[in-house]
Design a protein around this ligand. Structure first.
Ligand code: SAM
Ligand code: SF4
Length: 466
C-alpha cells in the first residue's frame, strides 16, 4: 500500500484554475496524497497560479518567499517538503521561476499537470523538473476520474471544462499564450463526466472554458457540436437541475445558444458576457471584434428569448489611449444594460501582448478614479437587482450548512446566496424561498411550500447614472 502523504494546493485566479486544482488532487490521489488545509504540514505544496494581471503573478513570488521558510522548517524537523508551481505563471515564466525562487522543485504548465506524478519522481531523482510544453496527448483522457467520495465531498455544484485556450488574441490578454489555441473536448467525454457527477449527487454543472461559447467539440456522429446543442444533451442527464456556462465572448453567441435559454428550463437565466469597454475606438484597439451596438443587440437577443435573463460582465479601465469620452461611453453602456453585477479591473500591461507596446498609457491616478466611478455605478445596479428580490419567491439550490447554526445556504438562479433556517436534508434540492430581507449580498427568507409559484425577477434596466 502507498504511504499517505499530505498535499496542499493554493489556487489563484479563474474558475479554470479551481477545476484544474481538483483534477490535480485526483491525479495525485493514487500516489497516496490526501489534501491538507495547512501548507506547513504538507509534503507537497502546489501553487496553481494566474498570470492575467501583474498583481496576480507577483503574489506567487511573495508566497514562494513564505514557503521557503516553511520548507527550511520542515527540513530541520527531518521532513522533505516539495514545492510545485503550476498554472499560467508556470507556463509564461517557466525556468525563470526557479532562477527567482530556487526553492521550487517542479514547474508544470496548465496543459501538463496530468504528468505531475512523473515530474515529482524526476525532481526526486534529478533535483528539479520543468514541463511547459503543450503535449500532444489529450490531458483530459489521461486524467484519472475523480472517486465518488471526492465528488460527494466537493458538493452539489461542479465545474466541468469543455473547452480550453483561445484564438481571439485580444491585445491586452495573455490567455492565448499561456493556455494555447482553442481546443474543445468531445461531447461523449463531457456527457460521461456529467453523468458521473450526477450519479454522485451533483445537481448543478457550470461548463467552463476561456471562450466557452466557441465550443465545437465532436458529437457522436463525428460532427462539431455547438454549446447550445451540448446544453440540450446535458439537460437530459438524470439528476442535473441547473446548467451554467462561463466565460462567453459576445462574437460567439449563436442562435443555438439563445434558443437553449428559451427552450431549456435547466439553463439558468444568468449570463456572464464580458464587454471590457463601451467605446468602439477602445474595443477596436483591444481587438474585441465587435462594437458597443453589436453587444447591445446581443443582449437584446437574449432578453427576447427569456425575459428574466440577467447579465454580468468584465471591464478594463485605463486601456492605453482611453480618454474621458471613451470612459463615458463605458458608463453609458453600463447604464443602458443594467447589470446584476460585474468585475472591473485596472489595465495591467502583460509582457508579450500587443497592448503592452502601446505608448499612450493612462496614469494610475486616472485609472483609480475611473475604476471607483465604474464600480460605484455597478454596485448601485447590483444592490438594486438584489433588493428587487425582496418580497418575491425564488428557486434556490441548497448547497451546504451556513456558518450561522441552523441555517442552510444555497444559490438563486442569479448566483445570489440565499439563507433559510432548515434541516440539512434540503441540501441538493431546488426549493422555493420567500425572500424577506437582504444582508449585504445575501438574501434571507423562509422555505415556501414546494408548489409555491415562483416570481420572475426582471433585472433593473437603468437609463441614468452615466
Ligand atoms: N475570455 C474572457 C473574455 O473574453 O472576456 C475573459 C478571460 S480573462 C481570464 C478574465 C478577465 O480579465 C477579462 O475579461 C478582462 O476583463 C480581465 N483582463 C484580462 N487581461 C487583463 C489585463 N491585461 N489587464 C486587466 N484586466 C485584464
Ligand atoms: Fe483573453 Fe478572453 Fe480575449 Fe481570449 S477572448 S484573448 S481569453 S480576453
Amino acid at each position: 500500500m502507498t504511504n499517505q502523504r499530505k498535499l496542499h494546493i493554493k489556487s489563484y485566479g479563474c474558475q479554470m484554475n479551481v477545476y484544474d486544482a481538483q483534477r490535480m488532487v485526483d491525479t495525485l490521489a493514487p500516489e497516496g496524497f490526501v489534501e491538507t488545509a495547512n501548507a506547513e504540514d504538507a509534503d507537497l505544496v502546489i501553487l496553481n497560479t494566474c498570470h492575467i494581471r501583474e498583481k496576480a503573478a507577483e503574489k506567487v513570488y511573495s508566497e514562494l518567499g513564505r514557503l521557503r521558510l516553511a520548507k527550511d522548517e520542515a527540513a530541520r524537523a527531518g521532513r522533505d517538503m516539495r514545492i510545485a508551481v503550476a498554472g499560467c505563471v508556470a507556463q509564461a515564466e517557466g525556468g525563470e521561476i526557479v532562477r527567482r525562487a530556487p526553492v521550487v522543485d517542479v514547474v508544470v504548465g496548465p496543459q501538463s499537470y496530468h504528468h505531475l506524478p512523473q515530474l515529482l519522481e524526476k525532481a526526486r531523482r534529478e533535483g528539479r523538473a520543468i514541463e511547459t510544453e503543450f503535449p500532444v496527448e489529450d490531458k483530459f483522457s489521461a486524467l484519472p476520474a475523480p472517486k465518488p467520495a471526492a465528488i460527494r465531498a466537493r458538493g452539489v455544484s461542479s465545474f466541468v471544462t469543455v473547452q480550453e485556450g483561445c484564438d481571439k488574441f485580444c491585445t491586452f490578454c495573455v490567455v492565448p499564450y499561456t493556455r494555447g489555441m482553442e481546443v474543445s473536448r468531445p461531447v461523449a467525454r463531457i456527457v460521461d463526466d456529467v453523468q458521473r457527477l450526477a450519479d454522485n449527487g451533483v445537481r448543478e454543472i457550470t461548463l467552463i472554458g476561456q471562450n466557452v461559447n466557441a465550443f465545437h467539440g465532436e458529437d457522436e456522429n463525428g460532427k462539431p457540436s455547438s454549446l447550445g446543442r451540448l446544453l440540450h444533451r446535458l439537460a437530459a442527464v438524470p439528476g442535473i437541475a441547473r446548467l451554467r456556462y462561463s466565460t462567453s465572448h459576445p462574437c460567439d453567441v449563436d442562435d443555438a445558444l439563445i434558443e437553449a435559454h428559451r427552450d431549456i428550463p435547466a439553463v439558468m437565466p444568468f449570463v456572464h458576457l464580458p464587454v471590457q469597454s463601451g467605446s468602439d475606438r477602445i474595443l477596436a484597439a483591444m481587438n474585441r471584434r465587435h462594437s458597443a451596438a453589436d453587444y447591445l443587440r446581443t443582449v437584446e437577443r437574449f432578453r427576447k428569448a427569456r425575459e428574466e435573463i440577467a447579465f454580468s460582465s468584465d471591464f478594463i479601465v485605463g486601456f492605453p489611449g482611453e480618454t474621458e469620452d471613451d470612459f463615458s461611453a463605458t458608463l453609458a453602456l453600463v447604464a443602458q444594460i443594467g447589470y446584476a453585477g460585474a468585475y472591473s479591473f485596472k489595465y495591467s500591461p502583460r509582457p508579450g501582448t500587443p497592448a503592452a507596446e502601446m505608448r499612450e498609457t493612462v496614469t494610475t491616478a486616472t485609472m483609480d478614479e475611473r475604476l471607483a466611478r465604474l464600480q460605484e455605478l455597478i454596485d448601485g445596479q447590483q444592490a438594486a437587482f438584489n433588493a428587487a428580490a425582496i418580497g418575491t419567491t425564488v428557486a434556490v439550490l441548497f448547497e451546504r450548512a451556513a456558518r450561522n447554526p441552523g441555517q442552510i445556504v444555497g444559490r438563486t438562479a442569479y448566483l445570489q446566496p440565499a439563507h433559510v433556517m432548515a434541516s440539512a436534508d434540503i441540501i441538493g434540492q431546488v426549493l422555493p424561498v420567500a425572500v424577506e430581507s437582504l444582508e449585504r449580498y445575501s438574501l434571507l427568507g423562509t422555505l415556501a411550500a414546494p408548489s409555491a409559484p415562483l416570481s420572475r425577477a426582471v433585472p433593473p434596466v437603468m437609463t441614468t447614472g452615466a
